[in-house]
Design a protein around this ligand. Structure first.
Ligand code: PGA
Length: 249
């Protein structure tokens, strides 16, 4: 019942020609896969060009972030309406790089989720623990508090919000979570959704895994009962690798 959702997070990589070429490659190579939803998140300056490159394909366009204010004197920020205006259907919010490098708190992330939903963007909300937090056995507590803080006051509609569990220690490190480690946290998140919302909401919510996903590990991760999709960084920068990951779904 949960359609796999595979998303490429291009982060701060590529140039305009490279972004367009990659988008065309993704559109071509993932065409014909009717079993998965596929999306890409280019850097802001390349969104419009990638949108054109994706025209006629079912690959969805997402932004990597948005700001929580609607408009005005916020130098360097991009609003949800602007992301929509250049063709985004969804946005990432609360990626660990934004939490840890740019200091985003759950309170800020909560405002961004509200703003994005109000504007009509689908939200992929990222959560996940650091290595230190895992070693101190705090994974579940951290994930729960991020969910509580980021989703405070929000009625979760599974058609509008996807969750992405991304353990920080697995991002960009080549150290992927084992399928068992991923499944354990995804199961915990599913239970939290049931407790906080309802069985229906919980069962319908797509929970992606992210962190060193590659063509070699995608299938085993996706075969876990509560892993419904993947958020892919490094391996999404090569159309062939990303297509192989989509094919695993
Ligand atoms: P990675 O990044 O696949 O390069 O580990 C994942 C992410 O940060 O979304």
């Amino acid at each position: 019942m949960r359609t796999p959702f595979i998303v490429g997070n291009w982060k701060m990589n590529l140039d305009s020609a490279g972004a367009v070429a990659l988008a065309k490659g993704v559109a071509e190579k993932s065409a014909g896969n009717s079993k998965a939803r596929v999306g890409v998140c280019p850097p802001f300056p390349y969104l419009a060009g990638v949108k054109s490159a994706l025209s006629g394909s079912s690959v969805q366009l997402g932004s990597q972030n948005i700001y929580f204010e609607a408009k005005g004197a916020f130098t360097g920020e991009v609003s949800a309406a602007m992301a929509l205006d250049v063709g985004c259907q969804f946005t990432l919010i609360g990626h660990s790089e934004r939490r840890l490098i740019l200091g985003e708190t759950d309170a800020v992330i909560n405002k961004k989720v509200n703003t994005a939903l109000a504007a009509g963007l689908h939200v992929i909300l990222c959560i996940g623990e650091t290595l230190e937090q895992r070693q101190q056995n705090n994974t579940e507590a951290v994930v729960e508090s991020q969910l509580q803080g980021s989703l405070a006051g929000i009625t979760l509609d599974p058609s509008k919000i996807t969750l992405a569990y991304e353990p920080v220690w697995a991002i960009g490190t080549g150290v992927v979570a084992t399928p068992e480690q991923a499944e354990a946290v995804h199961h915990f998140i599913r239970q939290w959704l049931t407790r906080t919302y309802s069985q229906d909401v919980s069962q319908a919510t797509c929970i992606q895994y992210g962190g060193s996903v590659n063509p070699g590990n995608a299938k085993t991760l996706l075969s876990q009962p509560n892993v419904d999709g993947l958020l892919v960084g490094g391996a999404s920068l090569k159309a062939d690798d990303f297509a192989a990951i989509v094919a695993a779904a």
